[in-house]
Write a protein that binds this ligand. Sequence first.
Ligand code: SF4
Length: 496
Amino acid sequence: MKIKMILPALTEAVSPYFRPIKYSLFPPLGLMTLAAYLDETDKVEIQDEHVQKLNLDDKPDLVVIEVYITSATRAYQIADHYRCKGVYVCLGGLHVTTLPKEAALHADTIFLGPGEDTWPEFLQDFRSGLPKRRYQSTQRTLLGQPAPRRDLIDRRRYLAPNSMVVSRGCPYKCGFCYKESFFRHGKGFYTMDVDDALAQIDQLPGRHVFFLDDNLFGNTDFAQQLFAGMRGMGRIWQAAATVKAVFDQPLLDQAVRSGLRSLFIGFETQNANNLYSARKFHNLNLDYNEAVRRLHDRGIMINASFVFGLDEDDETVFERTVDWALHQGIETATFHILTPYPGTGLYRRFRREGRILTKNWDRYDTRHVVFAPAGMKPQKLEAGYWKSYEQFYRWSGIIRSAGAKKTIPARLRHIMYSGAWKKLEPFWNLIIHAGLLGRMVPLLETILTGFGQYPSCIENKTCEILKTIPKQSKPAPKLIYGTISQSPVRTYAENI
Ligand code: SF4
């Protein structure tokens, strides 16, 4: 059987002139995992439109397309194209699970939820000529799951080809998170067998590993065993975690000893009422300043996530947030405009309140305002979002942020990393077009390795330029975290 698997891209990601680096980070791990269930006699090909031009002239027996909300329009175009040619088309992924009726118009079979139970069942049905129209995942387990088919991707096209997922979902239930609808009808958080995870990590070439788990620290026992097993492997790794996880000091230390160098942390908002209404209860009453200090003291770089447009946000939120992040010396920041994804509690609430402004899914990319904000006009929210990026990543911002670091080498690494991420887009564009992205992986490893060291060479008088970077002298911006203000707080039930 000939199978083609496709990850469609956003329009922006396929421009022949300019390719943002963020679309060339990770290979399509989900499709690589599905491919691992196929027979040896099957011929399978994976095409990722983010990094290559799709060839749509072929006629395989089966086309499988992974659909995200922002690529849904493109995914449906490709699906319709193949169906017109008589090819059997399967659609799955977050958007399909959320809006199955919409997706079913463009598919022969749709998959709801994760595919580890339904995909093998479908393959059996398809081979016997009796595939169903819809498969709903209910039996969730990663035990015995085959390793992703890494041989099907061209590693040189990605900056982080060693991406991995060792768990699915997350134990929390934030109101704006996609996971609620995707994992309905079964377990919402489960992990691999630790030995299997370690065996897969051991097989990866190079040193760098990027865990794409929603919350790698979500199961403490599992995380402890994983980090203990990774110690001594010589890996350096990046992942995502909650602010709360940072306060589990023994676990954090274990992670560092196993090679943790950078964490994506969901700070989201500094306003306790916003945290409460977003059902992000696990961030309440936590000292964000202390969380940053603990991470930086251990040489862990932070990619801080912030959400703008929550109900208590007004036009001052942008400057306050950026000011705080720069003062803390946060290396990279990801700002989002609050986005009510269909299927979430947030979407249902906004729909009830008549606040959904558009159902054009292309705009549900966290860069456009798709709902009526409570504290400002949509235009102000969008403008504030862009301004935040501009202020955080302008050279003066990067240098101010680097000034929070204690040593000159640490400041230099900060400038190199933050600058490389946002200031060198034309350079990355050239590298991507030249097909040389894979050669940048050792450079990334070198920078990340440096973040994990504890240099005490501020007295080392070797670098005259860096000595001119001022240490921060402004007082820390005031935070509102941790306490519920006197304004009426919505009840939990009202936010569902
Ligand atoms: S902590 Fe992150 S992954 Fe978990 S539910 Fe909240 S937003 Fe989603």
